[in-house]
Design a protein around this ligand. Structure first.
Ligand code: ATP
Length: 184
């Protein structure tokens, strides 16, 4: 299978994540996009508990055969992509790493980034205001046709003001309401 790992905080998952995953799956003939919520993001402190972010990702991906959600990073002490890759790669699948331009711009800050770029081909999706350079050794398939102005940061701010953002999938909005997340 051709599989793309889609790592992220997903705090919460939103429509741009889903549009990006769908478009990339189609453009690059992927069999599956595997959403991998980070357990303890090294660069993002004080986030929503893993179980909520995992559940919201599962709700957003339900009923979409090309999407799957992994809880593989739950067990990791730190969310280092290389540790996840080393567990997934032996499966015999062909692995890609789906990532937004903002996140890829920081790739050389990742733990053992040279090993990461040696293992996978990146599919880098453009994002408003984000430029990136391709570091030595990295293989990049760019997707420049999307320019989606959506972020979890803005969604959290709207929820904290009592607004329910349209960029949330209905089942995720319902979950946030029921669990009273983000101060909504
Ligand atoms: P935050 O605002 O909390 O930083 P985010 O909206 O960037 O969150 P993440 O969960 O950090 O969402 O993102 C997971 C992955 O999805 C990253 O690779 C990120 O670049 C990508 N991504 C998120 N939103 C977009 C978007 N609007 N366009 C393209 N890629 C995106």
């Amino acid at each position: 299978m051709r599989v793309a790992i889609f790592g992220g905080t997903f705090d919460p998952i939103h429509s741009a994540h889903l549009v990006v995953a769908r478009e990339v799956a189609q453009q690059f003939a992927l069999d599956q996009v595997l959403f991998v919520p980070n357990a303890v993001p090294p660069h993002k402190a004080g986030r929503t508990p893993f179980r909520h972010r995992l559940r919201m990702a599962q709700l957003a991906c339900a009923g979409q055969p090309a999407f799957a959600v992994s809880d593989i990073e739950q067990a990791n002490e730190k969310s280092y992509s290389i540790l996840t890759l080393e567990r997934l790669l032996p499966s015999g699948d062909e692995w890609f790493f789906l990532i937004g331009a903002d996140a890829f711009a920081e790739i050389t800050l990742w733990h053992r980034w040279q090993d990461v770029v040696a293992f996978v081909t990146f599919i880098v999706v453009s994002r408003p205001g984000s430029a990136y350079a391709v570091p030595p050794g990295a293989r990049v398939l760019p997707l420049e046709t999307l320019e989606l102005d959506v972020s979890s940061t803005r969604i959290r701010a709207e929820l904290a003001r009592g607004e329910m953002p349209v960029e949330l999938p209905p089942a995720v909005a319902e979950y946030i309401r029921a669990e009273r997340l983000y101060g909504f």
